[in-house]
Write a protein that binds this ligand. Sequence first.
Ligand SMILES: [Zn+2]
Length: 220
Amino acid sequence: MKKLLVYLCVISLIICTLPIRISAVSPVSQKRIVLTFDDGPHPKQTRQILDFLDKYQIKATFFVIGTNVRQYPDVLREVEKRGHEIGNHTNTHSHAARLDSNTLEQQILDCEREIFLQSGVSAKLFRPPEGALNDQMRAIIRNLGYTNVLWNLDTLDWAHTPPEQIAEYVISNAKNGDIILMHDYIGYNSPTLEALELFVPELLEQGFTFVTVGELLALK
Ligand SMILES: [Zn+2]
């Protein structure tokens, strides 16, 4: 009988301490998420996004196009000065899967040179336009020393999706380790800033920490 009592006490102790152990393994503060912005820099849209990010002390990753860098070098320098990460998105946003290997390589190198000339940054992250990739491209990109970066959550801001719809999509799907695709250069009526204003405070409230792609990869 005495043995049985001791046994029951031990079992109940284990059950009582179990939830504490589980919560200690995965604290809410461990949730990390990345904001990425493609196709810039743009003198108005990029700066508005930079101001927004500063307001919340968030760092993001910007995948820039070489020709836009050449046109707006001051904006690229601002992205760098404000502590954000810069990645390569080709020189003219050509659909990478349709290019022959030499042209793709040149597209990447031209953008790389432009980024370095204007900001002194040696970009090592690459995002193919439209996410198009095949094995040959992967090999070229790897040989140039780049890491390919795609995404988990496509906000469809480039298709002028209403900001409320973008926010709802991100809030209901966001999970630890996700990479969110957005754009800081959209021809007209960009919903991006308004969508950020709707979902970023909510994700912060939920315990998410915003990190750059580089920081996320270092954590993995
Ligand atoms: Zn793009």
